[in-house]
Design a protein around this ligand. Structure first.
Ligand code: GLY
Ligand code: MN
Ligand code: MN
Length: 538
């Protein structure tokens, strides 16, 4: 009872202190992160350790860095939003020299008054203990000085390094932490994470399914000069019977055992955990998605042919900020007419969208969770006959995809359903003559997971309850396409964010109209921006 009162009082104090600072109080809780670390621990094999590094600070130009964004796995497991940190999760309890038991350690950047005056507050060790609930938190320099013997574990799993971390004048930046880990863990200078991953796939796949493995190996070797030279991978591909393949598999097993470093297990664990969302995560995702749907609605009301692509982008992003979203989940895509045919078009620099369709693919990021919502609307407020014909095919394809988003269906179900509708529709309009040509005009996948990453981590197996996916078919007919000119420059994508529940799919972005009638009706509504006139510049 006393414990409950104490925790109630401490929760109250943190809410009061947030209100006092006028900061948002709806972050993921320390308990959430702790439970996620426990879930990782449960999936680790005996005598192993998972090592996570924070994201690097990246330079934009000269002495200006890009706005810092934490690595989503690190954030998911800790809530820590600063750079220069490392988190260790052990499969079993460890004991330190003082006899204290622990099963996780976090090392964070040291508090520094001067640095904080320039670049913002740091939590420091005490803050991490108090706010994020870690028992064993230390400064980065303590990791470097520590005697952790990574060689004593049967398995050390970590995400291999992007070579873009820097060395700064500080004495325990990410560069130093990684160097220190590499030296403690005997990380070979020629370590090849991709190769290890392919070896792990060979080891874990039954010979019965070796044809699939060969296909994947072929794809990787085709694009990677280093892998192309690997004897074992080549012998597996070239083995022409199961006995030879088994022999290669045994050799791969030996190779993997010779080294306790592993960069594939951590990825599998994080994909498994992050695929399905907890209630707390769904609250934040819903918020990001609702904010993004409001952005689409406000642009529908404000749109006129004189608008520039970047002005449209600005309206969406203003709405996001107004609701307290810190970032965009990915660079905003606003493409008028033919520009919409470039799938990840981010220049957004057309001065007037004219009477074209405008494809708008944007997502607010709220406390780390991102939306991914696309609407395609006619700048004039009314779809032309051809625009509507294409739009309606995409709409029907999306409906088919959403209906296929049910627990137990294969991840490919939405794509199969949507592609069929697109192919039939394009044949009916005479744009293609055979379903096999549909890919020319619908060249991307229909769904991906959504969460802390816009293309979130997941297993890509059958759909599970409490998973959020996108359903986003599109048809893109660039100028010069091999079809009647009247279709040229029409690009349509409709993208919604779907929560898969045991009662069926739930469209979380339904706040933004989707049918041509509903879009045209919304575009007739007045906008507060109608009266927002800025002075003309010379
Ligand atoms: N916005 C990127 C995508 O739709 O996947
Ligand atoms: Mn998407
Ligand atoms: Mn998108």
């Amino acid at each position: 009872m006393l414990k409950r009162i104490v925790s109630l009082i401490s929760a109250l104090i943190s809410v009061i202190s947030l209100v006092a600072q006028n900061s948002p109080g709806d972050y993921l809780t320390a308990d959430f992160h702790k439970a996620r670390r426990a879930a990782v621990r449960k999936l680790l094999p005996v005598n192993s350790v998972a090592v996570f590094f924070s994201n690097a600070v990246r330079n934009r130009a000269n002495d200006v860095d890009y706005v810092y964004h934490q690595d989503p796995n690190f954030y998911y497991l800790s809530g820590y939003q600063e750079p220069n940190a490392v988190l260790l999760i052990f499969s079993e309890n460890q004991i330190n020299e003082n006899g204290k038991r622990y099963n996780e350690l976090i090392y964070v950047q040291e508090k520094n008054e001067r640095a904080e005056q320039w670049n913002g507050k740091r939590l420091g060790v005490e803050g991490v203990k108090k706010k994020l609930g870690f028992e064993m938190a230390f400064n980065g320099i303590d990791f470097i000085k520590s005697k952790i013997d990574f060689k004593s574990f049967d398995l050390v799993t970590f995400f291999d390094f992007k070579e873009d971390y820097r060395d700064s004048s500080a004495n325990a930046d990410l560069f130093d932490l990684i160097q220190s880990f590499k030296s403690k863990a005997n990380y070979p200078s020629n370590y090849n994470a991709k190769k290890q991953q392919l070896y792990a796939m060979i080891r874990s796949t039954p010979i019965l399914n070796s044809a699939n493995v060969v296909k994947i190996l072929d794809r990787h070797l085709y694009t990677d000069e280093e892998l192309k030279k690997d004897d074992l991978l080549n012998s597996y591909i070239n083995a022409n019977n199961d006995r030879l393949r088994s022999e290669v598999k045994d050799k791969v097993d030996l190779k993997l055992k010779a080294n306790n470093l592993n960069s594939s297990l951590i990825s599998e664990i994080m994909s498994t955990l992050r695929e399905t969302k907890t209630e707390e995560e769904i609250v934040l995702l819903k918020k990001a998605i609702e904010i993004s749907a409001v952005g689409q609605v406000e642009v529908m009301k404000a749109m006129h042919p004189n608008m520039s692509e970047s002005e449209i982008q600005g309206i969406h992003e203003y709405v996001y900020k107004k609701y307290g979203a810190q970032h965009e989940g990915y660079p905003s895509i606003v493409g008028g007419g033919n520009n919409g045919c470039i799938l990840h078009y981010i220049e957004n620099n057309k001065q007037h969208v004219g009477n074209d369709l405008v494809l708008m693919d944007l997502g607010a990021e709220y406390h780390g969770y991102t939306a991914d919502v696309t609407r395609t609307i006619p700048a004039s407020g009314k779809f032309t006959k051809e625009q509507k014909q294409i739009y309606d095919i995409v709409y029907e394809a999306q409906e088919a995809g959403i209906n296929a988003s049910v627990v137990g269906a294969s991840f490919q179900a939405t794509g199969k359903a949507a592609s069929k509708v697109v192919a039939e529709g394009l044949i009916n309009l005479g744009i293609i003559t055979d379903a096999s040509q549909a890919r020319t005009y619908f060249p991307h996948g229909t769904s991906h997971y959504l969460g802390l990453d816009v293309h979130d981590k997941g297993t890509y197996q059958s759909f599970k309850e409490n998973t959020v996916i996108t359903v986003e078919p599109g048809i893109y007919i660039p100028e010069g396409s091999n079809c009647d000119k009247k279709w040229w420059g029409i690009a349509v994508r409709i993208e919604d964010d779907i929560l898969i529940t045991k009662d069926g799919p739930l469209n979380l972005s339904a706040g933004a109209p989707r049918t041509t009638d509903a879009i045209e009706a919304m575009m007739k509504q007045p906008s507060p921006l109608d009266d927002f006139v800025l002075p003309k510049l010379d």
